[in-house]
Design a protein. Structure first.
Length: 264
């Protein structure tokens, strides 16, 4: 196994002991050449950049050299993290940028799997203090409309499965909780898991934008975040197919959220 990383010191020792580390960025063709020599699969995750001047170009700055290197080294299988909802016809901000990445990676000619999650459950951890101290969580989503979510552990598990098995063709793979809940239902589930009342508050898009602006996000990122929220409200995510095996929101609240609320 090879890992591309800018700073090896930030990797857990167990990974450094069991992986070959290639130092640099996976947007750098020289780094990709070193990492992909003899490779039979590649996993791609575009890192966020809240200072990006142009969001789609940020994604494509990674996708283009990766597609070129995969072709040059004849890497047979390629897996990336994209977004659920591909095929949505309206602008969708960050989601649209991820789908643009899919198109470029598909052009590599490799067998390709686009992992397609909706909203990450772990995003709620940014609100741990608000949930703990005010008994509420905040999103710009309709309180009574289904809001698909996913545990990031499920994305990792599906990526690991794909990277260690053989397959052909190019497909999207939805990764999501097996049931779609509304934010109001999520509040009820959260209340039960935490043993105290939790309520849902719908933020305006203006408040949502101001939140990210306060953290130094660029104008392009602000526009993309708001556009993504608008797309989510417009139904960008298709309804869940019954019979899924993903982590349930209540189980995630008990195993991940509840321990995170015990803050120093």
């Amino acid at each position: 196994m090879r890992l591309i990383t800018r700073d090896p010191s930030r990797l857990p020792q167990a990974l450094r002991d069991h992986a070959e580390v290639v130092v640099g960025s996976h947007a750098d063709p020289t780094v990709l050449d070193a990492a992909l020599t003899g490779a039979d699969a590649l996993f791609v995750l575009v890192p966020p950049n809240f200072a990006a001047a142009e969001v789609t170009e940020h994604y494509l700055d990674f996708a283009r050299p990766i597609a070129q290197a995969v072709r040059a080294h004849d890497v047979p299988r390629l897996v990336s993290v994209s977004s659920l909802g591909r095929g949505f016809t309206l602008p969708a901000g960050l989601l649209s940028s991820a789908w643009a990445m899919d198109e470029v990676l598909e052009s590599s000619g490799a067998a390709y799997r686009s992992l397609q999650p909706p909203f990450f459950m772990e995003n709620l951890l940014h609100q741990a203090v608000t949930i703990r101290d005010q008994g509420m969580f905040v999103l710009p989503a309709d309180p009574d409309a289904p809001f698909p979510v996913v545990a990031t552990a499920d994305i990792a598990a599906e990526a690991a499965r794909l990277l260690t098995t053989d397959w052909v063709g190019q497909e999207g793979v939805a990764v999501r909780e097996p049931v779609d809940h509304t934010p109001q239902e999520m509040a009820q589930i959260m209340s039960q898991a935490l043993g105290r009342p939790i309520t849902y508050h719908r933020a305006t898009l203006g408040d949502y934008r101001a939140q990210y602006e306060s953290h130094g996000a660029s104008p392009a990122i602000l526009d993309a975040m708001v556009e993504m929220a608008e797309a989510q409200s417009a139904g960008v995510y298709p309804p869940v197919t019954p019979g899924g095996e993903g982590t349930r929101f209540g189980d995630w609240c008990e195993s991940v959220l509840a321990p995170a609320l015990v803050l120093p």
